[in-house]
Write a protein that binds this ligand. Sequence first.
Ligand code: ZN
Length: 222
Amino acid sequence: MKHLRTLTLVLLLGALATILCAWIPALFNPPRAPVFHTGGLVKQWLDDVPDSWPDQPFGLTYDSFSAVNPDFPKPPRLRKRQGMADGVSNSGGHVTFLGDQPNHVIDIIQAGWPTHTMTHRGPDDARPLPNNPISSAFVNGIPFPSPHGQRPLPLNPIWTPFALSTLVWSAVLFIAYQLVMIPFRIRRARRTKTNHCTTCGYELQDLQTCPECGSQSAPNPT
Ligand SMILES: [Zn+2]
């Protein structure tokens, strides 16, 4: 029972650490980071245009090869959206195009460290929001004040990395806790051995209740 409680607590703390490791970079990431920055703490560039993204009435998605840049290693999917310039997304390879375009497309933002664990829709994702405000917050994140103005904190976990990150953080926190506790354990063992109160260090003689602080001690094994 006690172990189950410890395990639950450790896993909850691991999940909390995972969420903080996504939220903190999400807050401090500049609003329009370099477009082709695909790694790091926050990923702002979508490698593939999602198939679920509707072409109508918000825009138009089509495959295009070398129409915009012959250096693309594979056909980029070019997207036109009403009222916007073209945005290009490319699944892999180094993209050096449209970096300075103000109207590049950011559909999905992922955040987290050391791996991306949470996500929300980017500013250019024009899909209609769910009617339910809770579902809307789930896909769009919750707006939160930051040095860059209001930034969305992602609520939508990317489940596999989220679970792995939770396990890793749980293990790290558990080990750190054990290390911090070593001096206290040593002191406690020494006090038990010399028949002193484990709480305050008062010499107990053969008493089981400490006359100094009132705490109960286990009977001296010797
Ligand atoms: Zn005591």
